[in-house]
Write a protein that binds this ligand. Structure first.
Ligand code: PLP
Length: 374
């Protein structure tokens, strides 16, 4: 070797060279699944979206795309449709590779080392993940204790760190608790928070309300939506943000080139136009959800929380929730999510509301396991 040192001789401490926010202990993906899943009700996917309809639309997409060429740079044709539905200007929409990409973008826009994002726990864990990846810190705030899980604007506003907290995440309806905060409370917080508010409205289609028409009033508000839930497109990865034109232009500047693939883009345009089908799907999910909630309230040892989403969180009163979750999977093939590690969610599981068949198997399996446990 000309330089006289072999690679072996060079002692390289890789940890000094990488951005290592989690030190091998982080990562976002849910736990590894070791058993065969028969009923997939852990990730809030929309399996009530008819398979034959999605396959029909996929065939149309296959006929109209050419994967050899790059997609539209900023998904303008999709943003046009979205803005029309919300009666906004197309420049008020930015689309990205899943809701998670939008979360990442909002964090990149506002956070750098030394800056804070305020997060109201328990909530969607990706907010914290994105802030830490970006080198920021989190101001931890909390909802009121269960069963209300409500938001208290006075508490939030008096516990943020002015000047340091650049971003505040609100999720309404909230994951995993399923409840929606009142417009008045949300509006008070947005009006008085001295930074950007990222309001996650991923679940508003399931019986909640949206505050998109308040965007004019709040120049510091970014509303984000995902097409994984209501639109049944979790595997295609599409999300979008709605905000004032200034903020949208700045978010677009942070996007990687061509960040939404051509198939997702075309499918999203077709799905959005399936208005009647979407309405029927969501009505079915809502009526199933409310029926399941009622049945859960009658099950011994189970305390469900009222939901305005496509999932229900419930507490296991007298047994270990992790054991119940494992037994459901091992003995019945039913995969629900254990939320117990989240603040205020001790011993809680979360079930997604999907097809009637899945919902029935879940309920029956849970009932049998609770009976076995005594
Ligand atoms: C509240 C909330 N926001 C955002 C997302 C991310 O959605 P996507 O699948 O589009 O990345 C999820 C997914 O579960 C969610 O629950």
């Amino acid at each position: 070797m000309t330089c006289g040192i072999t690679l072996k001789e060079k002692i390289i401490d890789l940890s000094d060279m990488i951005n290592d926010p989690f030190k091998g202990k982080g990562g976002f993906m849910p736990d590894k699944i070791e058993h065969k899943v028969m009923v997939r009700v852990g990730l809030n996917e929309n399996l009530a979206f008819p398979e034959n309809l999605i396959k029909k639309l996929i065939k149309q997409v296959a006929g109209r795309i050419d994967p050899r060429v790059y997609p539209e740079d900023y998904c303008d044709s999709l943003c046009d449709l979205i803005s029309y539905d919300y009666q906004l200007n197309p420049n008020q929409v930015v689309a990205g590779n899943g809701g998670d990409k939008i979360i990442d973008l909002m964090v990149r826009l506002t956070i750098k080392a030394g800056y804070f994002a305020a997060i109201v726990y328990p909530t969607y864990p990706m907010y914290e993940h994105a802030v830490k990846v970006q080198g920021g810190d989190v101001t931890e705030l909390f909802l009121t204790p269960p069963p209300e899980y409500d938001i208290d604007p006075d508490y939030i506003l008096s516990n943020i760190k002015p000047k340091k907290d650049k971003l505040l995440f609100l999720c309404s309806p909230n994951n995993p608790t399923g409840n929606q905060f009142t417009k008045d409370k949300i509006s008070k917080i947005i009006a008085e928070f001295p930074g950007i508010v990222a309001l996650d409205e991923t679940y508003t289609d399931f019986g909640g309300y949206s505050i998109v028409n308040s965007l004019k009033q709040f120049p510091n508000l970014i509303i984000m939506k995902s097409m994984s839930k209501f639109h049944g497109m979790a595997g295609m990865r599409l999300g979008y943000a709605l905000a004032d034109e200034f903020l949208i232009a700045r978010l677009k500047e942070l996007l990687p080139a061509f960040n939404v693939n051509i198939a997702s883009l075309e499918l999203a345009k077709l799905v959005i136009q399936e208005k009647i089908a979407l309405k029927n799907i969501v009505e079915n999910i809502i009526s199933e959800r409310d029926a399941i909630y009622d049945k859960l309230t009658k099950l011994n040892g189970i305390s469900p929380y009222k939901s305005f989403t496509n999932f229900i969180m419930f507490k296991i009163d007298n047994y270990n929730a992790a054991d119940v979750q494992k037994t459901l999977l091992k003995e019945k093939g039913v995969l629900v999510r254990n939320m117990s590690a989240m603040p205020l969610c001790e011993n809680c599981l979360r079930v997604s509301i999907t097809t009637k068949e899945n919902n029935d198997v879940f309920l029956q399996s849970l009932e049998e396991i609770m009976q076995e446990l005594g």
